[in-house]
Design a protein around this ligand. Structure first.
Ligand code: SF4
Length: 377
């Protein structure tokens, strides 16, 4: 039976983080929103009757803004519509402020077996500078509580290149995080997304970001400290202890099929990529009056697909499996990318070993430059 990943978007946040460019709105989810999600499942699930869902991901926004009753109902409705494997990885993103004992107990009962926690930093002045509503102590308590209650597949997010953050601050965050009971970390540098408060501050020259040298030192600290504590860098931004890679995210990087539900949710089935239009109100209105959600549909050409295959695989430690590439596209990689691969190998940004082409240490630091070389136009 072919597998499928399920993504459910919960685009609600109690407050807006100053750096966030994701679509979300500032209120709690309503039962009406769960009604609309249920309708989308009614419409779409018949096409996936023959699929086994081996990963489920509740992302946001802030999925833990769902009430306990809403979460229970959502998980039950999902399992009534889709065939979910007994061994599925079921991840829920949570804000540390929401992780009370009662909330965690309910999430576990509902089937959640992996939690991704937005921790970001260990220094409160930096957390408040980026608009996070929790303290480091609250995050630490939440992580330990979840572990104590039986969630042994925990991931946390950290950020670097934050305004006012020093190399020492970031190193201290890393050293603090590796001693928390987590098996996975996603580490992101701050990207100034258009329209965010941070981007506006930067435009006005009022954002003191680390220098290039400091950013490079932070990057090196991440690559040095995390592996020393058993976290393998298996993807450009992702580190995991053995056996704890994110199975759901791997579906994105390996171009496997996934179905996204909710406004702004993306799906990829075969060569077709779909994105529901954002807008909770419109989404609810369409679905609750019996219409499918408005969406943009893109059918990927073979060329688009191949480009995406290359740069998504290059994000991962194992890189591009050269035999797999040949089988999928009929010719070896040098047929399409001979000059680019030669140049990137000469610059020591790519390496070939045991039938795989992958980023070197420096290649991973210059990922965007490498990926651009795989655009065919
Ligand atoms: S970073 Fe997360 S919690 Fe903050 S506004 Fe964005 S989606 Fe919401």
């Amino acid at each position: 039976m072919t597998s499928l990943g399920l993504y459910i978007h919960i685009p609600f946040c109690r407050s807006r983080c100053d750096y966030c460019g994701f679509y979300s709105i500032g209120r709690k989810p309503t039962d009406r929103y769960i009604d609309a999600l249920t309708k989308e499942m009614d419409l779409k699930s018949p096409d996936f009757e023959d699929r086994l869902c081996d990963t489920v991901y509740l992302g946001g926004g802030t999925p833990s803004s769902l009430s306990e009753a809403q979460l229970t109902r959502l998980m039950k409705t999902l399992s009534q519509h889709f065939r979910i494997s007994n061994t599925a990885e079921i991840t829920m993103e949570m804000n540390p402020c929401d992780m009370s004992e009662s909330y965690l107990k309910n999430a576990m009962r509902a089937g959640v077996n992996r939690i991704s926690i937005g921790v970001q930093e260990k220094h409160d002045h930096l957390l408040s500078a980026i608009g996070r509503r929790h303290t480091a102590k609250e995050a630490e308590t939440a992580v330990k509580r979840a572990y104590r209650m039986g969630f042994h597949n925990l991931s946390l997010d950290l950020m670097y290149e934050l305004p006012g953050q020093t190399v020492k601050d970031f190193e201290a965050s890393l050293r603090w995080a590796v001693h928390l009971p987590v098996n996975h970390m996603s580490i992101y540098s701050l990207i100034l997304e258009d329209g965010t408060r941070m981007a506006q501050l930067a435009e006005r020259g009022r954002l003191a970001r680390p220098s290039e040298e400091e950013s490079w030192a932070m990057y090196q600290a991440m690559c040095r400290i995390l592996p020393a504590y058993g976290f393998e860098r298996y993807e450009i931004s992702s580190f995991a202890r053995k056996g704890y890679r994110s199975r759901h995210n791997q579906k994105y990087w390996e171009l496997s099929d996934y179905l996204g539900l909710g406004p702004a949710a993306c799906s990829r089935i075969g060569h077709t990529r779909t994105e529901n239009t954002p807008g909770v109100r419109l989404y609810e209105k369409e679905l609750l009056t019996g219409h499918p959600p408005q969406q943009e549909v893109e059918t990927l050409s073979d060329t688009d697909e191949m480009e995406e295959y290359c740069f998504l695989h290059l994000r991962m430690k194992e890189g591009i499996p050269l035999d797999g590439f040949r089988k999928r596209y009929g010719e070896g990689i040098t047929h399409w990318y001979g000059d680019a691969v030669k140049m990137l190998k000469e610059k020591k940004l790519l390496k070939e070993e045991a039938g795989h082409l992958f980023l070197t240490y420096h290649g991973a630091a210059l990922g965007n430059f490498v990926f651009e070389q795989f655009l065919l136009d």
